[in-house]
Design a protein around this ligand. Sequence first.
Ligand code: ZN
Length: 161
Amino acid sequence: MRIEQNKVVTFNYRLREEGGPELENNYDTVPMVYLHGHGNLLAGLEDALSGLAVGESKTITLPPEQAYGQRRENANQRIPIKHIASKHKRLLPGMLIKVSTENGLMNAKVVKPGKFMVEVDTNHPFAGKTLVFDVTITEVRDATAEEIAHRHVHGPGGHHH
Ligand code: ZN
């Protein structure tokens, strides 16, 4: 069975910056599961996985404009420490944190910690990077009618209602 519209796909990946170190992988955590053809992944990644079958691997390179965009200048903000959603004993420059905003959680990087306020860089941590995904497909199955109606996967790795 090959990956096409309305297949549920499970895969492992390693992600690195082109010419740089590994940024993350999911081999030590949970497999990535998604419903193909519904915009649940970065578009360039989803396109590149089309047609693959279980056991196949592929290296996919996405420039910033197909991934998380270019870095924005003047993206630094001062926020109250109490708005930081992730728990850290001590904030250090360079640390990646999540900030509570009116629109939900936002990724940010600590620039300059203070006692009550912290200066953060609100660019996505992967902004400006050319990303290289090494992907291996571990499962492909037909989606259920309910999954297609909801446009996401149910069960392990997916949504629970
Ligand atoms: Zn659902």
